[in-house]
Design a protein around this ligand. Structure first.
Ligand code: FE2
Ligand code: FE2
Length: 252
């Protein structure tokens, strides 16, 4: 991977980030507000609020073998911590307390620790693809202006994270065949279902449907797989690497 190329992406992405207007009047009430509050609580913990770094038992070995990758992983997780800060501000806006634990996050962290860093990187990538769909749907269906502003920032960052994973996998320069694709899609559907079980109420309160969510995550995985295979074909044909902004736009 090109360290300079991705370092520049993260540096640019830190610019021009309008803070949502947390003090704008709140016009959500009743069940819609309480369901949204519960959903934001879990995301505040899971999206950069827990151990916002690789935690697999062998992650140090991977990072020690590639200083460039470690630098990019640090930048990636710095953005995840920023997501938690934004989500924490949204909780304060609605006067909802932060939570310190949730069964789905504890299970997720436990599996990541035990299963090793390669599994963990795939788990995080798939979580980012399905969360990206959640934030896009939240921006579409919530009536809260500040939450929409927060979603816009996080959606932009997650597109960069998904593109970063695509570049990381393309740099492995190996075959991503049908069996790999099947496993990738099944794991993505499992990750999406865990997310949907916990957050469906908040999005459905605004008018979202199950079909829209599952269509969204399927298309997200589709676009990732096509993009990755396209990157590999370009690399094998000796073509120049795509500009970072183009890769991020393809993952948006
Ligand atoms: Fe995030
Ligand atoms: Fe992310």
């Amino acid at each position: 991977m090109n360290l300079d190329y991705w370092t520049e992406h993260f540096r640019r992405n830190a610019l021009d980030r309008p803070e949502p207007d947390w003090n704008a009047p709140v016009n959500l009430r009743g069940p819609a507000l309480s369901k949204l509050g519960k959903s934001l609580q879990q995301f505040q913990l899971g999206d950069g609020g827990g151990p916002a770094y690789l935690i697999a038992w062998n992650h140090q070995r991977l990072l020690a073998s590639d200083a460039g990758l470690k630098a990019l992983v640090d930048l990636w997780f710095a953005e995840e911590r920023e997501h938690s800060r934004l989500l924490g501000s949204s909780l304060k806006r609605f006067m909802v307390a932060e939570i310190k634990g949730h069964w789905s996050f504890s299970l997720f962290c436990g599996v990541r620790k035990l299963a090793g860093v390669q599994f963990e990187l795939y788990a995080l990538l798939l979580t980012e693809i399905v969360s990206h769909v959640y934030y896009k749907m939240l921006r579409k269906y919530t009536r809260d202006e500040a939450v929409r502003g927060m979603c816009a920032l996080i959606i932009r960052d997650e597109a960069g994270h998904i593109a970063f994973h695509r570049a990381r996998l393309a740099a492995e320069n190996r075959r991503f065949g049908r069996l790999w694709e099947l496993a990738f899609r099944l794991r993505g559907l499992a990750a999406g279902t865990v997310l949907w079980v916990n957050h469906r109420g908040a999005l459905r309160a605004g008018g979202a449907t199950d079909a829209e969510f599952y269509r969204g995550i399927w298309l997200g995985m589709d676009s990732f797989i096509r993009g990755l295979r396209g990157d590999l074909e370009c690399a094998r044909a000796g073509a120049a690497m795509k500009p970072c902004a183009q890769m991020v736009a393809e993952c948006a």
